[in-house]
Design a protein. Structure first.
Length: 273
């Protein structure tokens, strides 16, 4: 599958780099609820490694922190001029630029994802972000962001039938359902089962009560995989918890992919580009 095909199906990753706490507080919960796959990158030294591993992404940079304005100009110029990052759509969201600085950035840089000041107002900034994400089809064909959690020992699911407790691993999760790892010895438990009325979902070692509808049981690598949907009426607080967990898992996975790559130590404040 080509990168273009992947982006069409799974959408694009969205990065917010060195953004202000004000902006993060404005967008985080709303973007989670709207099911965009986004990441908060707090240190520019990781940016090139991340973009290298994630082509065809959207990257909103704040030139207000860590580097001088000229340093950010030089970093973005280096991204614009390197074919490795040619599929990345770069934009600027600033909490402190003057109009003259803003004009200079627009004139000298390729900013396909646009430029806006936080001072333009919360609603206007959020509309700008959503309009940009929709323009570049950030969501793709998928409706819900999903995270793998099969290797997370702090997650799982269990329920009791009669005198027997059944406890299984959760392989992946979205805000609408989960995939369950069903050992061969427990396959019979799902014969004719259409739902689980009272079960407990474990995330980060915390327990949450809910009900599931069983949609499919299919052969897996070491047994079977059950596809289950959360029953309608799940509390918003639990949905928020699930979305926050998904975001955390995806962020962990993102940084795991670059763990062995050296950070970018270029002094962009001093180089001339």
């Amino acid at each position: 599958m080509t990168q273009e095909e992947k982006s069409k199906i799974f959408g694009k990753k969205v990065f917010f780099v060195t953004q202000s706490r004000k902006l993060i507080n404005l967008i985080k919960d709303r973007l989670l609820t709207l099911e965009y796959e986004f990441y908060i990158i707090e240190d520019y030294k990781f940016l090139k490694n991340i973009l290298s591993e994630n082509p065809d992404s959207i990257c909103f940079i704040s030139p207000d922190f860590q580097l001088k304005r000229e340093g950010w100009h030089n970093l973005i110029i280096s991204l614009n001029s390197d074919s490795e990052y040619s599929s990345t759509k770069i934009g600027i969201i600033s909490d402190g630029m003057r109009q003259s600085e803003l004009d200079q950035f627009q004139a000298r840089l390729t900013l396909e994802a646009g430029l806006i000041l936080v001072d333009d107002g919360d609603d206007e900034v959020f509309r700008f972000i959503i309009k940009t994400l929709d323009k570049f089809q950030a969501k793709g064909m998928r409706q819900y962001v999903r995270a793998n959690c099969g290797s997370d020992s702090s997650s799982g699911i269990f329920w009791t039938e009669g005198n027997t407790m059944y406890k299984m691993r959760v392989l992946d999760i979205s805000s609408v359902g989960i995939a369950i790892d069903i050992p061969e010895k427990f396959h019979h438990v799902f014969n004719g089962k259409t739902g689980i009325e009272h079960c407990t979902l474990i995330l980060n070692k915390k327990e949450y009560r809910l009900a599931l509808d069983i949609k499919m049981i299919k052969p897996g690598r070491n047994g079977y995989i059950g596809i289950a949907m959360f029953r309608m009426g799940i509390p918003k607080k639990l949905l928020d918890t699930i979305r926050a967990y998904i975001s955390s898992q995806l962020t962990n996975d993102l940084f795991e992919t670059i763990a062995k790559r050296p950070a970018d130590r270029t002094d962009y404040n001093e180089i001339a580009l």
